[in-house]
Design a protein around this ligand. Structure first.
Ligand code: IPE
Ligand code: IPE
Ligand code: MG
Length: 227
């Protein structure tokens, strides 16, 4: 069994609401604790030498949720930008925000832009936060871009029209909370990703579970259609 750490791990961070419900807490408490799990996971990925970590933070479908929850999530992000960006910059993490960011208010957009700018020179680790991200949206956008340019696309040139342009496809996609679906996440990029599911809710995710996912990944035969 060859042992290697994936270059790119993507995570569908799910189960914040159920984590809170089990404790008789409001869903928002689950999102707050989910933020702590994300910090732990960023550190764990750094320690293990994972180059790219992509996390699904808000989908194009999540606007269907109650307005209070949607605005709480945006507030949490703004707070995290204020508190965490300097630290991430210092420890060598480059931050990217991927998705249709035009839906967010100018304060949030400006802070995301500044965070990307402040960390742009870091090259050892990259954290992609997928926000108002939906893979179908991403693909349609890319198709329209290609039509505008009037050029036929190849697989390579098409990839470059996606939000993830320049980022290798994830070798491993993790989803927490027991759900086993992609929910419009990286449909193109997941073509040959290994999928790993855990019943743990996102706020309970930790380095041990990450290591389990990586060990499991290492035990699999990736054939890419070959023998
Ligand atoms: C994931 O947790 C976080 C977001 C989608 C923003 P959920 O909020 O989906 O939690 P559950 O699935 O309702 O438990
Ligand atoms: C997927 O979780 C989106 C994020 C984790 C941001 P959801 O909770 O929105 O997915 P469904 O509705 O269970 O498929
Ligand atoms: Mg969910």
């Amino acid at each position: 069994m060859s042992s290697s750490v994936p270059e790119h791990i993507a995570i569908i961070m799910d189960g914040n609401g159920r984590w809170a419900k089990e404790r008789g807490l409001p869903r928002t408490a689950g999102h707050k604790e989910g933020g702590e799990a994300l910090k732990r996971t960023i550190n764990a990925c750094k320690d293990l030498g994972v180059k790219y970590l992509s996390v699904y933070a808000f989908s194009t479908e999540n606007w269907k949720r109650p307005e209070e929850e949607v605005s709480f999530l945006q507030g949490l992000l703004l707070q995290a930008l204020h508190n965490e960006v300097k630290k991430l910059a210092k420890v060598g993490v480059r931050l990217r925000f991927l998705g249709d960011l035009s839906a967010f208010n100018s304060e949030l957009r400006e802070n995301m832009r500044k965070a990307e700018e402040a960390t742009a020179d870091n090259s050892n680790h990259q954290l992609n936060i997928m926000l108002n991200y939906g893979s179908q949206d991403e693909i349609v956008r890319a198709i329209n871009q290609a039509i505008k340019e009037g050029k036929e696309v190849t697989r390579e040139s098409f990839s470059q029209l996606l939000y993830t342009s320049g980022i290798p496809d994830p070798e491993l996609i993790i989803r927490t909370s027991g759900e086993q679906r992609l929910s419009n996440f990286m449909l193109w990029q997941a073509a040959y990703s290994e999928l790993w599911f855990t019943d743990a809710y996102w706020p309970d995710f930790n380095k041990e579970l990450l290591q389990q996912a990586i060990d499991d990944y290492n035990s699999r035969a990736r054939r890419f259609g070959g023998l």
